[in-house]
Design a protein around this ligand. Sequence first.
Ligand code: DAH
Length: 354
Amino acid sequence: MDDLHDRLKAIEQEARKAAKEAAAQSIEAIRQVESRFLGKKGALTQIVRSVGKLPPEQRAEAGRLANDAKRLLTDVFATTRRGREAQAADEERREAAAYDPTLPGPVRPRGGVHPVTAVQWEVADVFERMGFIVETGPEMESEFNNFEALNVPSWHPARDIQDTFWLTNGLLLRTQTSSVQVRAMRKYGPPLRVVVPGRCFRNETVDASHETTFHQFEGFLVDRHISLASLKAFLQLMLREVFKRDVKIRIRPGYFPFVEPGLECDMSCLICGGVGCPTCKHEGWVEMGGSGMIHPNVLKHGGIDPHEYTGFAFGMGLTRLAMMKYGIADIRLINSGDLRGLIPPERLAGPALT
Ligand code: DAH
């Protein structure tokens, strides 16, 4: 009998310990422990059952001990369960009290426009304020508008510089926004001031500084008495407006078949302030684009008399401008989608999509 007593004591202790541990987890865990002791195959149930096999004179005493233990454990588990239930209810009440439906929801970071788009909008805005029309043209363009009208006939070596995506329908993907020059001249007639932001395409091998798709910003002005001085003044003004300070520009001769004279236009590198860095290839200057006085042949294609009118044109890459504006030192970030490098903190205050 002593032996039975000890066994029951041991089971009781084990059950109390297991119940306590399960209480820290869940009600379900408590139930599992309970069935381990009191279920059909439970440790205690088996002892109760074995009482029947004892000699008759021991049965009453053993039965009493076993039933006492069973009652005790049933009680232990019920109390443990109730405690856990109360605790869960309490937690729920506290959570409900902490929830304030009048508080604003979590603030999601708002998307921002890409730096190239942002700078494009800004430059277009500056030119619009100076009386320019913002014109777009088709990305799928005719050979005439993209080349021929711009004084680049089919035999011209300049075609080789602009590796072209030729389409099977006889058209091409425009290699430059200059393709809109003659379209606009024919559409509006002189005098005219037009800017053309847009995507261009070239069949380039992609590397760290070449992409098959890129963004250009074209501008041209046709009127009487237009000279290179006007061109320089407009570019200078645009840069001052976009960068909110005077930016030095450098003009040097350059060849483009659709301008005469033709110029290359550089701006002082704003990443290093002009002293030289990897972004400007240690020159202190970055190329903005090409420009010049519109070639008489182009004006003629546009239906404009070159004896009466002159005009200037320029075309620049928007990527470099965006890099200068937002301090993006590496061109690869522009198309990478890595927002950490792409969106400097001050740009988050810029135009945002809502
Ligand atoms: N379209 C030229 C290019 O893609 C850039 C350019 C040069 C545009 C001179 C012009 C210009 O309007 O006058 O390389």
